[in-house]
Write a protein that binds this ligand. Structure first.
Ligand code: ZN
Length: 243
């Protein structure tokens, strides 16, 4: 039986929308912050849409700003809520933010349940890709990564696939700085970690990769070049799983 793959894409920091109940401060500082990398991952949703189109797979996206709630953090995490709503004098604000978070995680759970059966046959590989972007300069230092592939080093299937992606990207785009587990570690808090805990325990083949794209390089590419990038994803999945 030929190998098979089932893909789900997600994008947790896809937009800077604010719900109507949000206690939006009328200040220039807030407006600047809303448009910054602290609010959302610039260009990540656009890139995720191109990938979903090329790979013909479902895409779940959260488009409320991280200043409201961070859907890449689980409930109880100290950075779950945006700093502007913590301490806001309303008993309903935090529960409303939690409601947004739960609705997103429930949708993502359903997508993972239906597309990624953890006890599938040996030839079946369930894959979750979460798409993010990062600011090129952090705390005054320029980051030396264009594409970060974040995986769990304890999961051989993830390490192997990450390596194949890295080789394919460098071949297609010589000079592209593709690095593993940078600028963050694949085991840092995020939906990929949560997906591994919930869907990966029963399946060694379950693969959760977080993708981090540099907002100063890859995210600024033309639509044509982004499609070429998506084509690399397609090539790797075709070679590995006959997608
Ligand atoms: Zn992100």
């Amino acid at each position: 039986m030929p190998p098979q793959v089932s893909l789900v894409l997600s994008c947790e920091h896809g937009g800077m929308e604010l719900p109507p109940w949000f206690p939006r401060p009328a200040s220039q500082r807030f407006n600047k912050l809303l448009k910054s990398h602290q609010s959302y991952d610039k260009g990540a949703f656009e890139l995720a849409k191109i990938l979903a189109q090329v790979l013909k797979c479902p895409l779940l996206a959260h488009t409320y700003s991280r200043l409201v709630i961070d859907c890449n953090r689980r409930e109880g995490h100290p950075d779950l809520f945006g700093k502007f709503i913590v301490g806001y004098p309303s008993k309903t604000t935090l529960p409303k933010a939690i409601h947004i978070h739960r609705a997103y995680r429930t949708k993502l759970s359903k997508a993972l349940d239906s597309c990624l059966p953890p006890l599938g046959p040996e030839n079946f590989t369930p894959i979750h890709l979460s798409i993010h972007s990062f600011t090129p300069i952090y705390k005054g230092k320029r980051r030396e990564t264009d594409v970060g592939i974040l995986y769990d080093p304890k999961r051989p299937q993830e390490a192997l696939l990450a390596l194949k992606f890295k080789r394919a990207f460098i071949q297609k785009f010589p000079g592209l700085r593709v690095q593993f587990n940078k600028p963050y570690r694949g085991t840092d808090e995020g939906v990929a970690v949560w997906a591994r805990e919930n869907w990966g325990k029963g399946s060694k083949r379950f693969t959760a990769l977080e993708w981090e794209f540099n907002q100063g390089t890859v995210v600024r590419w033309s639509a044509k070049r982004k499609k070429l990038l998506a084509g690399v994803f397609k090539e790797v999945f075709s070679a590995e799983f006959g997608l």
